[in-house]
Ligand binder design. Structure first.
Ligand SMILES: *Cc1c(COP(=O)(O)O)cnc(C)c1O
Length: 396
């Protein structure tokens, strides 16, 4: 067994993770995704899904997926450029482009692939990519694959971004790329300031809008709409796997030329299967629903404000920010782990994050609020946090 050595090595590594409390054990959900679910046999309220508008398993989206399955079949057995493009793929791309006010869109199996296949085809040795230090893993990996000069600027630090743009001033193309919402902290990229700098230095601006599309902005067009600069953003990547129904699927929207070049050169698009039509049909329905979901966005805001006020009133430190991501700062990794265990026992499903996902000494519990949460569920969470926080000496 030549693999025995590898397995022994990995066994030791895994034991090490468990000893350090860094091992990721998965909890088993026995129900569809929703505000109220059953986890490990216990009824709990879910505060850790990216289900911001509560559209996961929305009946109209499920019906659209069923329709898509019946009309277009289960799968294509092909990549897009051979025989994997149906009319529904083109319709979805047109809908996404229209939604964001850009010329065209290209679908991927996931946003991880959209980001993984974005930089390498567009940027070469004589170009530069300027990337926020807290950008998502998929952006980091995508940037690694390209030959451009890589310049990482300190998180949301416009002085540092400017310094990096000066450093890159002789490069042919400069692309600034950032998460629009930073998912561990719940803060927004300073998009208006970034666009100003981009104008000054003649740089392309791209954002990953995964944690914003559908629920941020007056009409759900995401963080750039919220910041009033959607028309100044050149490239947007996003997902159908979060607010937009929670299934799967990624996309990039941009100019006709960028999208056409990606169709010809982006490796995760060229060498990976076509997105199943049921997912596309569901995603299109989700986009329709999100566009007009002013009421859900208002409920989401009210829920987040109520939960934040309740936790701050109880003495917790919640990182400030305008998104439905509420990081409750605890500092110590063990406290964060114990706290999430106690909360789960009290029927509140949240997850603690510690190093290396967040910086050392900044362990936290990340709460994700949904428009599907009731006021009672929010108040129950506040009460459970108070009790667990007192027991662990986090609050008085
Ligand atoms: C979730 C997420 C992704 C990955 O999206 P998938 O469609 O699940 O692959 C990429 N970027 C950011 C910022 C995300 O939050």
């Amino acid at each position: 067994m030549p693999a025995a050595g590898l397995n022994t090595f990995l066994h030791e590594q895994l034991t090490g993770l468990k000893v350090q409390g860094l091992y990721k054990a998965e909890r088993h959900i026995a129900t569809p995704q929703a505000a109220a679910i059953t986890v490990n046999g216990r009824a709990v309220v879910n505060f850790c899904a990216n289900n911001y508008l509560g559209l996961s398993n929305h009946p109209e989206i499920v019906a659209a997926a069923e329709d898509g399955l019946k009309t277009w079949g289960y799968g294509l057995s092909s990549v897009r450029f051979i025989c994997g493009t149906q009319s529904i793929h083109k319709a979805a791309e047109a809908q996404l482009a229209r939604f964001f006010g850009k010329a065209d869109a290209i679908l991927y199996i996931a946003c991880f692939d959209a980001n993984g296949g974005l930089f390498e085809p567009l940027l070469g040795e004589t170009d530069a990519v300027l990337s926020d230090a807290l950008n998502h893993a998929s952006i980091i990996d995508g940037v690694r694959l390209c030959k451009a000069k890589r310049l990482r600027y300190a998180h949301n630090d416009m002085a540092d971004l400017r310094a990096k743009l000066v450093e890159a001033k002789d490069c042919r193309f400069k692309m600034i790329f950032t998460d629009s919402v930073f998912s561990m902290d719940g803060d927004l990229a300073r998009l208006a300031d970034i666009c100003e700098l981009a104008d000054e230095f003649d740089a392309v601006v791209g954002i990953d809008d995964c944690h914003a599309t559908g629920h941020l902005g007056a009409t759900g067009r995401g963080a750039a709409e919220e910041a009033g600069c959607l028309d100044r953003i050149d490239i947007i990547t996003g997902t159908l796997g979060k607010t937009l129904g929670g299934g799967a699927g990624g996309f990039t929207v941009a100019s006709a030329e960028v999208v056409d070049w990606l169709r010809n050169r982006s490796r995760p698009y060229l060498f990976s299967n076509s997105v199943p039509p049921s997912l596309i049909a569901a995603g299109m329905k989700a986009l329709d629903l999100a566009e007009t979901a002013t009421d859900l966005r208002a409920t989401l805001k009210a829920n987040a404000a109520r939960l934040r006020a309740g936790l701050e009133g109880a003495g917790f430190t919640v990182k400030p920010g305008p998104t439905p991501i509420l990081p409750v700062m605890l500092g110590d990794a063990t406290v964060a782990a114990k706290m999430s265990e106690r909360l789960l026992a009290a029927g509140v499903y949240v997850v603690g994050f510690s190093f290396p996902v967040v910086p050392q000494g900044q362990a936290r519990i990340r709460i994700q609020v949904s428009a599907a949460h009731t006021v009672e569920q929010i108040d129950h969470a506040i009460a459970a946090f108070k009790t667990a926080g007192r027991e662990l000496g986090v609050v008085g």
